[in-house]
Design a protein around this ligand. Sequence first.
Ligand code: NAD
Length: 543
Amino acid sequence: MTSSGTSPGERVPTAVSNHGDHGLPTSSGWRLDGSPRPAYRSGTNDRIRSSGGTATSELAVVEGIHVSTDHWIGGERIASLDRWTDLSPIDEQLIAEVARGGTTEIRAAVGAAREAFGGWGSTQPKRRSEILHRVADGIEARVSELATVETRDNGSLLRSMRNSVMPRVARNFRSFADRLLELEGEADASYNGHAERVTWDPSGVTAVVTPWNAPLMLATWRIAPALAAGNTVVFKPPEWAPLTASLFADITRDAGLPDGVFNVVQGIGEEAGAALVGDPGVARVAFTGSVATGRLVAQAAAANLTPVSLELGGKSPFVIFADADREASLAQAVNQFDNAGQVCLAGTRLLIESSIYDEFVGRLIETSRALVQGDPRSESTDLGPLITREHFERVDGFVRRAVTDGARLATGGGPNEDLGGLYYRPTVFVDAPEGSEILTQEVFGPVLTAQRFDSEDDAVALANATDYGLAAIVYAGDPERAQRVAERLVAGTVWVNCFFVRELNAPFGGSRNSGIGREGGVWSFDFSADVKNVVTAPSERSD
Ligand code: NAD
């Protein structure tokens, strides 16, 4: 029992206020839309089952922390009759029943965001910046709570959540709040005596749809620049890890963000997500997720000619030359199992120079076997669970097909029988046939492949042999060779003798199928804003 007298996972009905600024009924026990909801991936998705239960506004209690499971629209908590069950990957236990929004909730949220746009868009940048810094303060004050809830919800390591992920969430806000104030006058120029002044005018409502593998970090990477640019936001959180979005809404309220500037509609991708990205009231669509969904999102946005920014999947190469620092490159290779391999940027294709291949792979196998797998809340754990049963089966399907295709399993290759549940052993494949699925398609689990190469040309050809282009890693002792290779790789980000280090003002995004557009610093403002050039003739007046 918690201090509030509730048990973990227990739902706490709350009263919902009764004012209807959006013309919506807002008392508990209602639903916005009387129509039946379509079944979602019935039979395949273990975590999404409509409870079909009572329509109440509710709080979940997650490890003693109260989290609203409702939408956040126009500064109010809004319930839905339909709810889905949110299970924890740690033990597959129910942690919340979350409001299942659809077209009606999306319309209400986009309406609220459009209404709030006039005020927020015309708020002076300095004031916007101050409020965004207050949001960052609120995040920093609640790092522990956010980390606890996110770990319970998506199974990521608690220590990473506390020490790096949640502090980065705050930095997302500080970075764009500061960059906003530097924009003024940045691109001003003159031509034939005419002054040219560039402004980044707010464009309207930004729709944000993001995935579950680092839910709050990925979401705020899109939300912060949109708000900084003067846009208002409707956010549809990932249905496999929806809870920190709700805590974050509380933080924006406490920071003084005006009602309607930031809205959350909880729901399923094919329902609330599709309704949001296809809504004609939306001015920008910021989507992070898989290539397959990215295509659907781009199609929906195209119907309204809404600009999209897509940050999609990857199958990144990790090139290791014989003269690279052996210990550092080995440690970094094993590090690709971070978050149980559920990392878009992960360098899962290890390309190793022939002269060190056997020794390197031998040590990789040994080190992978020594990783500690278990409860992500334990300090000693290296590798937690996969997110859902559905995803677990997907990862296992890749592994089984790789074996059938002729790849040789060097270690792992199945569930961790000692732990049961959603824990999948770190897996390494060698000798996979060229062009086979395991070498070309994103698994998004703890699965690495090792391939050998004999020359720089070989390494580059293998590295570029997929349809993805999100990131690449090069470890080499010769700095000139490292730069030569980096120049030839098709990727939005190439890390040389390092990984994951990135200044938030630097451009980030994917080439080929890994995305459309770049985010970070001024690139984010270019996407969010209506960039305008005011050209003024030289003054004729002499006084
Ligand atoms: P996903 O594409 O299944 O879902 C992403 C989001 O889209 C979710 O919120 C989901 O509800 C929503 N969605 C699903 N169908 C939709 C539809 N028809 N219309 C609108 N929204 C819809 O991806 P996922 O499984 O949640 O995440 C894993 C993928 O995300 C991987 O491919 C990974 O590489 C990628 N990813 C990319 C980055 C990046 O920065 N490039 C970062 C993290 C993850």
